[in-house]
Design a protein around this ligand. Sequence first.
Ligand code: NDP
Length: 289
Amino acid sequence: HASQSVTIIGLGPMGQAMAAAYLDRGYDVTLWNRTPSRADALVARGATLAPTAEQALSAAELVILSLTDFDAMYAILEPAKDAVAGRTLVNLSSDTPEKARAGARWVAELGGTHLTGGVLCPPPLIGTPDTSTFYSGPREAYDAHRATLEVITGKSDYRGDDQGLAALMYQLNMFIFWPAMVAYWQAVAVAGAHGIQAREIAPYVTENFAGMGHFIDFYASRVDAGNHAGDVDRASMGLASMEHVVHTASDAGVDTAFPAAVHDVFRRVVEAGHGADSFSWAVELLKKR
Ligand code: NDP
């Protein structure tokens, strides 16, 4: 084992789940959080709450940060700067690739090692085998701590030494996840306006999401080849269909801002003269600054 001790800074739902997973495996777990009471249940299970961030850093070579963003790291570690040297900081906080690179430089200047990470599962799945986390940063640090990090998610996906890459890969997933979930809330709202509950449509929504893999697979190689042929779908059909979606929402008295934004993308594709091409031409539209 590279390490049987681990420090976790940040006890939101994620940090708490990570701490619990390490306690389950018998690790010595040291915690620090701005709001100390969030450590109570974990301390009752044997974790140690450090009185200061500096003491939390000193307690273990491997320090996991699970914070809202990188600004929170500076807020917490600025007063504890002297204790960063010699530590490996695995930052699992979401932020932009640029913020991750700058954060990694800041840690390196203090004599520490930084690894960027992006966790791809919600708190209840932390500590389970079929979950994964992107990592990027120095390969040696990843190799040295891989086994310990795979307590958090059973799998890990090392993307290279550019500290921004794990953040980028994570953000690419978020481009899909958040809007997809808002699309779902939109469908639930429209269903609700018709007296249909979320539970009733859940199987159909699940099937819809499961079927997305077919579309990703089909369009990925076409888009990479610049092929937007309208042989299976036409953007003009997509525009008409999105119009029906917007009108179904407005007829139900439901907010239309979100589907209207999608409708606007389709409209611009058609107005650019690509109504007979696939709606995948939206990629070309979106690339333009
Ligand atoms: P939260 O935003 O709930 O956790 C926030 C943590 O950051 C808390 O410990 C909070 O302290 C601390 N914090 C925030 N701002 C500051 C600050 N200025 N100074 C000091 N501490 C601060 O996030 P989660 O636990 O849900 O997630 C952690 C990270 O993991 C996030 O970056 C999130 O994007 C990512 N993630 C979350 C998933 C989820 O489903 N929850 C899934 C995948 C990734 P305090 O307790 O005092 O408020």
